[in-house]
Write a protein that binds this ligand. Sequence first.
Ligand code: SF4
Length: 336
Amino acid sequence: MKVKIAKTAGFCMGVRRAMEMVLAEANKGEGPIFTFGPLIHNNQVLDLLATKGVSPVEDIQELHDGRIVIRAHGIPPQKRQAIKRTRLKIVDATCPKVARVQALIRYHSKKGYTAIIVGDKDHAEIRGLIGYSKTPAHVIQRVEQVAALPQHEKLFVVAQTTQNQKNYRIVVKALKERFPEILVFDTICDATHQRQQEVKSFSGQVDAVVIVGGYHSGNTQRLCEVSKDAGMPTFHVETEKDQDDDSRYNMPGPQALIAHRRPPNATRRSPAHRRRRESPPGPSSRRLKDAEREEKYGKGRWARWAYRHRFRAPPRPVECRLGRERQRPRRPDTHR
Ligand code: SF4
C-alpha cells in the first residue's frame, strides 16, 4: 500500500514558536513555568512538557512566583494587566498572526466600528479577541446567525485564524448582503488555509485520509470536516495506539496522512507510515531535487545557492583578480 504524507504535516509556525520559547525557558532552570491554559491541544505534547516542569494553569490567583507563558492563542488585555500586577514574569508566545487580528480589532473598534468575529465563541483565541474590542463585539459561527445581528452603522468582520475558509466566505457573503458597507478582513492564517487546501487536493488521488491530531483540537476537527466534505473516508487518530484496527486501512490505492500539530515522530510511528516504509523503495523527492540541482548547476556552495534562488540562466565565465577564469552563476539583480 502506498502512503502519502502531507507536506503541511507537523506544527504550524505559531505553535512551533511557542514550543521553542517554552522549552528555551524550561532549559534555563530558573524555577517553575506555567502556561495560561494548555499550550497546545495535544495530550502527548502536554505530557512531554510536564516532564520539563511546565504546567498549565487557568487561574493566576494562587501563583506567587515563576514564569507564565501566554500561549499562541493569546489572552485578553485585561488578563495581561492582571498578570502584570503579580510578580510573575511574562513570556509572550502569542502567535504573530493572532496578534495581527487583535490589533485590527483594537484599531477599528477605537474608531467606532463594531466587530463581528466569525469563530467558535468558546475558543480561547476568540475570548482573547473579544477583550481587544472597545465596543461590544458579536461572535457568530454560521450563516443563519447573520439575520439575528442587530443593526449597526459601522461594522467590520474578522475570522478566527483557524476558521474554515468555505464557511467564512459564505458568512461574509451574507453579511455583505445585509450590511453593504461592512469592512471585511481575511484573517484566516496561511497555515490553516494551506492545510485545508492540501486536504482537498487529495480528493480523487487517495482512497482514505488519516488525520493525526488531538481529539479536542478544533483545528484537527476542522481538517476532518474539510476531508469529509471532499467525499473522502476520513479517520481521525491521536496516537499510533488508536490505530489498532489496521484492517480498515487495507485499501488498494494510496492514503494521505495529514499530521496536524503533531510532533514529527508521532507521524513516523503511525501504522500508515510503517506501511510506507515497508513499500518498495523509490527515489525520494529530496534525491530527485538533488539530482536536478546537480544536473543544472553542478555541485558546491554556489550551485546550492543558485538552486535555492531558482536561478535558471546558464553560468557565465567571469574574470577573477588573478586573471583565471572560473564558472559562476550570475546573481539576480536584486539591488537595482
Ligand atoms: S494563527 Fe496560524 S500559525 Fe498561528 S498558531 Fe494559529 S494556526 Fe498556528
